[in-house]
Design a protein around this ligand. Structure first.
Ligand code: ADP
Ligand code: GN1
Ligand code: MG
Length: 370
């Protein structure tokens, strides 16, 4: 386990040219993976300029060099596409700021990789879909992201996390964690383990469709939580897609599905009162319509037909991942309290059950939105 990110901050701040004196750097945001800081600087002419400084998680990403090459390629491409469409590339796309040594990221004395972005100002980042309009805005933004990247040379992208949305492999990892039971936690998770094992056949549905050529591989984001899109603070429109670590070839239905998993309900991902955790079909409809709008014709008929499966599989898979991490001692997802990953797993099981109970309605909604 690497040392606390704070211990390297001084050294890392020296490695970048912020163009003005740094007046502070504090932890920021609610991501589960990287260590994120906001850096405040004090230029002479304007009041304050902010930056996002991140230590890239070494537990999640083995090759930060490849990851940053992906991000630089994708952000530059997105910037050009946005400009072509008359947009503002500095606001609508991320931009990597290189360290003074000119490489894509800075490696600290402990061997960890750090990167810097301008802070996209006048935006908000939401942890929950407070209004349907806001959720719709995120759907349009993720749909548009898919459309803007449809011409990107997918073969040039590295797989930053191999088998990331390989649900069959995720189940295998869970089984291995149960068998090892290294923390002695399997006994208290019997119900959740059974829930996952009972759905073994489901794990193959999208992957089999891919193998059969029914679903195409596209350049996808793969982590389309609501808090990975910045919304304009005045208009509420989805402005800039962030957290590009997992942009790789993938399935469009997974980008759709991960947003549903996180956003089409009114509870936190780690809610302990499961009576509050329910799939909201009206939010499902709002997002479906917006995502298809944003993608505007990019998706094939078969992809559209499979959208409910994207929702169910991303939720099931995420539940398995939380459970696996809980069984292995919380090494991957950041936690702020004990059993948080188990609680997160339980909300995902509840959502999957809800989707199963409302499956025909989900399918009807997708048909209506086409
Ligand atoms: P993680 O992989 O840990 O989720 P993210 O890249 O999503 O890390 O960043 C964590 C949080 O930091 C985001 O949810 C958002 O609140 C904030 N954030 C990240 N990049 C920017 C940016 N360029 N401008 C403003 N806020 C940002
Ligand atoms: C992580 O990085 P963040 O917090 O946006 C994870 C996603 C999970 C999500 C669950 C690289 O997303 O895959 O769905 O937590 N990201 C990575 O909240 O593993
Ligand atoms: Mg994030």
């Amino acid at each position: 386990m690497s040392k606390k990110a704070e211990e390297y901050l001084g050294e890392v701040l020296q490695a970048f040219d912020f163009g003005a004196p740094v007046v502070g750097a504090v932890r920021y945001g609610q991501g589960h993976i990287n260590d994120t800081f906001v850096v405040h600087t004090q230029p002479e002419d304007v009041c304050c300029r902010r930056f996002i400084l991140q230590r890239i998680s070494s537990a999640a990403f083995r090759r930060p060099d490849q990851l940053m090459e992906n991000i630089i390629g994708v952000t530059e491409y997105l910037g050009r596409e946005i400009e072509k469409n008359g947009g503002d590339r500095d606001r609508e796309a991320m931009r990597v700021i290189r360290p003074k040594n000119g490489s894509d990221f800075y490696t600290d004395s402990g061997g960890s990789a750090w990167r810097l972005y301008p802070f996209v100002e006048d935006t908000v980042c939401c942890q929950m879909a407070e209004t349907p309009e806001l959720f719709a805005a995120s759907g349009r933004a993720f749909g548009r992201f898919q459309r803007l990247l449809q011409g990107y040379p997918a073969h040039t992208l590295y797989e930053t996390i191999p088998h990331f949305h390989d649900t069959e492999d995720r189940l295998k990892q869970l089984k291995a964690a149960v068998a090892a039971d290294s923390m002695g936690r399997a006994a208290e998770c019997q119900e959740e383990i059974r829930f996952m094992l009972d759905r073994e056949a489901d794990c193959s549905v999208a992957l089999q469709a891919l193998r059969d050529g029914k679903l195409p591989l596209r350049v996808t984001h793969n982590d389309t939580k609501l808090n990975n899109v910045l919304m304009d603070k005045d208009t509420g429109e989805g402005i800039c897609i962030i957290d590009l670590d997992t942009v790789m070839p993938g399935l469009s239905i997974n980008d759709f599905g991960d947003s549903i998993r996180f956003g089409a309900n009114h509870s936190a991902e780690d809610e302990t009162d499961l009576s509050k955790v329910n799939l909201d079909l009206s939010l499902f409809e709002v997002y479906t319509k917006a995502f298809l709008d944003g993608a505007s014709g990019t998706l094939t008929q078969q992809e559209t037909d499979f959208l409910p499966w994207g929702a169910k599989l991303m939720t099931l898979e995420c539940g398995m991942r939380f459970l696996t991490d809980y069984l292995m001692g919380d090494q991957y997802f950041h936690i702020s309290r004990e059993r948080q990953n188990l609680d997160r797993c339980r909300t995902q099981c509840k959502l999957v059950s809800d989707m199963e109970a409302h499956w025909e309605e989900m399918e009807a909604i997708v048909r209506r939105c086409q």
